[in-house]
Ligand binder design. Structure first.
Ligand SMILES: CC(=O)N[C@H]1[C@@H](OP(=O)(O)OP(=O)(O)OC[C@H]2O[C@@H](n3ccc(=O)[nH]c3=O)[C@H](O)[C@@H]2O)O[C@H](CO)[C@@H](O)[C@@H]1O[C@H](C)C(=O)N[C@@H](C)C(=O)N[C@H](CCC(=O)O)C(=O)O
Ligand SMILES: Nc1ncnc2c1ncn2[C@@H]1O[C@H](COP(=O)(O)OP(=O)(O)OP(=O)(O)O)[C@@H](O)[C@H]1O
Ligand SMILES: N[C@H](CCC[C@H](N)C(=O)O)C(=O)O
Ligand SMILES: [Mg+2]
Length: 489
């Protein structure tokens, strides 16, 4: 594409240098990825400033630079007020507005996003759609999986991959939209058809000022649905959630609510919950039916109601929804049982917030027949104030708690453990910094019919310490230890 044509898209700009007939073959925000004929966009980040990498970008072949501050360069520089916004706009144009050719379903909320995207994938696939999923675990296009660095990747990655999806005949994209992504503008220019809200409880208060600021960031997904009625757009909102009103007020489009309370449009009722199943009645003005599933926990009933509500807005028949939910196996690392037929039950779960830990432990309380052991830590370089609250949730519902390391990242693991436990009564818990040793401790002490919850890392296959990701998979570790324990005895 001609550089001139591309930058004509930018309304407000100041051009330094001469734009003649340069051709652009890629847009890059990382100087290390620049090649011949790239357009380099400088982003001022949290760690470094992309404006300091213009030399490397031009050495690697950049033919022009988009900046929001003065930079010296041997190629034309286009100054704009905000390079992140400009990058999103340019990428959308460069790739031919691909998101407008897709049904994009965005899912936001503190907990349940990944689970909901998986449920929707199952429903839409069964209904005959070709889907793509973007989220915490990876990006899936059809049956192909690609790694992602963030739950919601940057705008460049998104628009580029929407183009790839269109090329592969995908029609429905189901994506997690994190609050970080919303406040950093990673989804700018994404033409979202359905915005979905799960819930809001404490997390990320290292990044957001307080819960209202956090809620406001989430509400941006609903304002992004726009103010025009010439295209079908819908919001799907958990009406039972405390912050639902903030999402509703941000939204000019029709809203379908779901929940367990009477005011919900898609309403769940008569729940039956077990260790490896749940069933409930769902009703709306146009149907009432009983859903039977292999997912457990009241929180998963909420996730399923959200899925039903979204599918309803796309006219998926309730019989198809019902069948998909009946078959679904859920998500790797979410309430995943790893103990097969051994007498002790080991559950690996991704609960890494006070609310999710409480939910998961409440579900375990409802199914337990003996004691509950919880092995849990809290991530480094993340919200410190959630640590004691996670510890309280673990202590409230468990007979034994072993506090250990999650991903310490650049923090001292012992300092994280102190944040979790310093308010607790000494002697009422155990601290073992090494995660493997902590899991071993619980497995050694558990007796028949006890349940061990290993929380926080779920599907993760690494432990990040000081920037290095060492292979670590709670499921692998626990499986090996439990087999050893019972083979020895
Ligand atoms: C705090 C945060 O969100 N940081 C994100 C941010 O990184 P950053 O600002 O530190 O980037 P930087 O290293 O300063 O670089 C600035 C610019 O210089 C460029 N650069 C850098 C080096 C170089 O040699 N050349 C060069 O051009 C970079 O490509 C970039 O454009 O921009 C990066 C690219 O988009 C993100 O990958 C990165 O996410 C980091 C890894 C992260 O951990 N983010 C977490 C907090 C996050 O976003 N989590 C959410 C939600 C999780 C949830 O659901 O709970 C998520 O969506 O993942
Ligand atoms: N609707 C829900 N409400 C509360 N807790 C939930 C809900 N759904 C799942 N959980 C709990 O939260 C954990 C994470 O679930 P999931 O991965 O679906 O959430 P997420 O929003 O994608 O999280 P992340 O922000 O890390 O991407 C699960 O392992 C479970 O313990
Ligand atoms: N998306 C979350 C994942 C947390 C997972 C937990 N294992 C941790 O490392 O804190 C975050 O980046 O805060
Ligand atoms: Mg997720």
């Amino acid at each position: 594409m001609q550089l001139k044509k591309l930058i004509d898209q930018l309304k407000i700009k100041k051009i330094e240098g001469e734009i003649s007939d340069q051709t652009i073959t890629s847009i890059e925000m990382d100087s290390r990825k620049v090649s011949n004929h790239s357009l380099f966009v400088c982003i001022d980040g949290f760690t470094v400033d992309g404006h300091d990498y213009t030399d490397q970008a031009t050495e690697n072949g950049a033919v022009a630079i988009i900046a929001e501050k003065q930079v010296k360069a041997s190629v034309p520089v286009i100054l704009v007020p905000d390079t992140s916004k400009a990058m999103a706009q340019l990428a959308d144009y460069f790739y031919g507005h691909p998101s407008s050719q897709l049904n994009v379903i965005g899912v936001t909320g503190t907990n349940g996003k990944t689970t909901l995207t998986y449920l929707l994938d199952d429903i839409f696939t069964l209904y005959g759609h070709k889907t793509a999923v973007i989220g915490t675990i990876d990006m899936k296009i059809g049956d192909q999986r690609y790694p992602v660095k963030n739950t919601t990747p940057d705008a460049l990655f998104l628009h580029k991959n929407f183009r790839k999806m269109v090329g592969e005949n995908v029609d429905t994209v189901i994506m997690e939209v994190s609050s970080h992504a919303l406040s950093m503008g990673r989804v700018h220019g994404v033409d979202i058809n359905t915005a979905t809200y799960t819930n809001l409880t404490q997390d990320h208060l290292d990044y957001h000022l307080d819960m209202n600021d956090y809620a406001h960031a989430k509400s941006l997904l609903f304002s992004q649905l726009g103010n025009r009625f010439d295209e079908l757009k819908t919001a799907v909102i958990n009406i039972d959630d405390h912050y639902a009103g903030i999402m509703e007020r941000a939204c000019a489009q029709p809203i379908v609510t779901y929940g367990l309370s009477e005011k919900a449009f898609i309403r769940g009722d008569a729940l039956q919950l077990g260790a490896d199943y749940s069933s409930f009645t769902v009703s709306s003005p146009s149907f009432t039916t009983r859903i039977e599933t292999q997912l457990s926990g009241k929180f998963n009933v909420y996730n399923m109601l959200a899925a039903i509500a979204v599918a309803y807005t796309y006219d998926v028949p309730i019989e198809t929804i019902k069948e998909a939910l009946q078959q679904t196996k859920g998500v790797p690392g979410r309430f995943e049982s790893v103990s097969n037929n051994y007498p002790v039950s080991v559950i690996v779960d991704y609960a890494h917030t006070p609310d999710s830990l409480e939910n998961v432990l409440q579900s375990i309380s409802e199914i337990k027949t003996n004691r509950v052991f919880t092995v849990v830590g809290s991530g480094g370089d993340r919200d410190r104030t959630k640590r004691p609250k996670m510890a309280d949730a673990a202590m409230k519902y468990s007979d034994y708690v072993i506090f250990t390391s999650d991903n310490p990242r650049t923090e001292d693991p012992q300092a994280i453990l102190d944040d979790m436990t310093s308010h607790l009564q000494e002697g009422s818990f155990t601290v073992i910094e090494g995660r493997k040793a902590a899991i071993q401790y619980a497995i050694d002490r558990a007796a028949d019919d006890d349940i061990i919850l290993i929380a926080g890392k779920g599907h993760e296959t690494y432990q990040e310490i000081n920037g290095v990701r060492n292979h670590f998979d709670d499921r692998e570790v626990a499986k090996e230890m439990i087999a050893e324990k019972y083979e020895e005895s």
